[in-house]
Design a protein around this ligand. Sequence first.
Ligand SMILES: [Zn+2]
Length: 254
Amino acid sequence: MRAVGEVVRATAGALTDLVLPRICAGCGLPGVLLCRTCARAFARPHLAQPRRFPAGFPPTVAAAAYAGPVRPAVNAFKEHGRAELVRPLGAALALAVAAVRAGVSGAGPGTPVLLVPLPATRAALRTRGRDHVAELARAAVGVLRTEGVPAGEARLLRRRGRVADSAGLSAAQRRANLAGTFAVHPRREVPRGTLLVLVDDVVTSGATLTEAAAALGGTRRDDTPVLAAVVAATPRRDPRPGSAAPPAWTSTDR
Ligand SMILES: [Zn+2]
């Protein structure tokens, strides 16, 4: 019979392997959470360009293209319980927030920024047992503060009622499906001059961010634009030269 200590050590080791699989979440390289090569794929901030720019789509920076090693890494965090990936993915989100903030004319180093996580659907919360976007937002705020950015998190949005699953719907159907999805917490005031940055894990059609930006925009008493930052954006399949021009966003545009 093995000594109790030995069994405990063996069990603990096995549990550690379960909780922290020691392979890169992007490429499967053993011994690391996210290898250097895959981590670099999360440090390419760019403007997200959904294929059909929905009217009102907020200026959105993605830290990565949702392709290659980024897809399995995001899914490992989101769907397969590799919660420890919150650090690299949260850092990627912080990078996207910093980049979108830098694009606002008139925003200086002291301009405060509030990250507004897109609220999960009840169904998603039930399935995953956690709010992974809120986890990302919290981690990103930590990174931004470490870098001296006055950042905070504000859960300003909530979901209204039930929303049918939008998988398989056209962009127009998705918009209709989402119409009136979000409501703003009425008692949460946003200080003037604070930049509001919606945050999410992945942007695909842009419909959800557009809907959320509309809900938030209606609450602003000043002309500060609502921005968005995501870990990854589904790349356009038809990159046209010239289409990469960023939509202008300055605090005087709206
Ligand atoms: Zn890797």
